[in-house]
Design a binder for this molecule. Structure first.
Ligand code: SAM
Ligand code: SF4
Length: 406
């Protein structure tokens, strides 16, 4: 049966907006500059795809599971990511949100829009987004060092990022995430400390902090390969990460995932911080979610699917009301196990044995006993009677741990 034709239990929705003013030097996301004239056609295509998604008719059943997050259950979530959703004209944003609300009802939902701070200068756009029911903003700030921002090809300065952040708060957003990247070419530990120290004075609820990934297809990669720029070595980036954990921890931020910190109180589902980003938590729990838009990935009923990547292709196929679906993959139990472990171990609370059994049928104490014993002996994992989680050192070498479950 086609995944669109029946109800699925999925109540999380990702929507991809593949437009940017300018491509940043480090970014290989599915996004395009100078295609603003295709936004209207893209919005129409997206609305078509959203209308074709199966509407949730049955409340999600919550398995009796000692994993604290599953016991508490997550609210529905909608996440408009990109690219730069905040480039969309407001009337198009409204059409998309309206179509999305038929897939995941807005009542009680976390609704996030990703914004580039350089696109939301002036309060008007943010105020109207808030008026449409959006209740969380995620802004890419990346650094508060202007020469580094220029080197990255960002379209805003540090001061402009601050104004956009404050505007978001002023128009009523009480949940705002800021993205930062460390390990940038030419960045010293002192530069990174300055960015962090400034950012915490803004009274930010949530930080997503990524270590730079040098993606092969990007201009930054070519500059580093060509010797025109150099990145800090692994010891220095490791020390920057450790400093981040220590510095934010000492200022009341709870790290709840490898790259995510939020301020208390711990009143979110399952004892997560109130401002934790729950859409991403759904991914880390390997929950079912819908996805719409060029190159968007979804996960429903033991299948992964990905929509066509190119904007024009997407517009044509969704516009004709034919399926824009590019590819569907049936997941084997071992695929699901690898994904459940890889995603779940990113959370600081880790994964419970019962959660893995519920998702995959495997009891990892039996199927992966020696992997667990070795990884615990190396100081990368901690086990208790409910499950396993990464140690602080394990968080620095997360990828090595995840691979052992592949
Ligand atoms: C879709 S963007 C955020 C919204 C908006 N497009 C912007 O950049 O302001 C998602 C985030 O991914 C992170 N990111 C993108 N490419 C990265 C890379 N190569 N290494 C580390 N982080 C990266 C950045 O922090 C970025 O803010
Ligand atoms: S980081 Fe954000 S603004 Fe920059 S190219 Fe990627 S999606 Fe676009």
């Amino acid at each position: 049966m086609d995944w669109r034709t029946h109800s699925t239990g999925a109540r999380h929705l990702y929507i991809h907006i593949p437009f940017c003013h300018r491509r940043c030097a480090y970014c290989d996301f599915n996004t395009y500059a100078n295609m603003d004239d295709r936004m209207g056609a893209y919005t129409n295509a997206l609305v078509n795809e959203l209308h074709a998604l199966p509407v949730e008719r049955h409340p999600l059943s919550v398995p009796a599971d000692p994993h604290p997050l599953l016991r508490a259950d997550l609210p529905p979530t909608i996440f408009l990511g990109g690219g730069t959703p905040s480039m969309l004209p407001l009337d198009q944003m409204e059409q998309i949100l309206q179509a999305a609300s038929a897939v995941v009802p807005f009542a009680g939902a976390e609704i996030t829009v990703e914004c580039n701070p350089g696109t939301v200068l002036g309060k008007d756009y943010l105020r109207q987004l808030h008026g449409m029911g959006v209740n969380r903003i995620s802004m890419g700030v990346q650094s508060l060092n202007d020469p580094l921002l220029r080197m990255l090809g960002r379209i805003h300065t540090a001061a402009e990022a601050r104004v956009s952040y404050e505007d978001a708060r002023a128009v009523g957003f009480d949940s705002v995430n800021l993205d930062f990247i460390f390990g940038l070419p030419g960045q010293t530990p002192a530069d990174w400390h300055d960015t962090l120290a400034q950012a915490v004075t803004w009274d930010v609820d949530h930080f997503a902090i990524y270590s730079l990934i040098l993606e092969e297809s990007t201009p930054l990669y070519a500059q580093v390969q060509g010797g025109r720029l150099s990145v800090p070595d692994d010891d220095i980036t490791g020390a920057m990460y450790e400093h981040t954990m220590e510095f934010l921890g000492a200022r009341g931020y709870h790290q709840y995932e490898i790259s995510n910190w939020a301020r208390g109180p711990l009143t979110g589902p399952g004892g997560l911080p109130k401002h934790a980003g729950l859409h991403n938590v759904a991914y880390w729990l390997n929950a079912a979610y819908h996805a719409a838009g060029a190159g968007a990935h979804g996960h429903i009923d033991g299948k992964r699917f990905v929509d066509v990547l190119a904007v024009e292709d997407y517009i044509t196929r969704a516009g004709m009301l034919s399926s824009p679906l590019r590819e569907t993959t049936d997941l084997s139990p071992t695929d699901v196990l690898a994904e459940t472990m890889m995603m779940g171990l990113r959370l600081n609370m880790g994964v419970s044995y019962a959660h893995v059994i519920d998702r995959t049928g495997f009891d990892i104490r039996q199927t992966h006993g020696s992997v667990l014993a070795d990884t615990i002996a190396e100081g990368l994992l901690i086990a208790d009677e409910l499950g396993i989680r990464l140690t602080e050192r394990g968080r620095m070498y997360g990828n090595q741990v995840f691979q052992r479950f592949l």
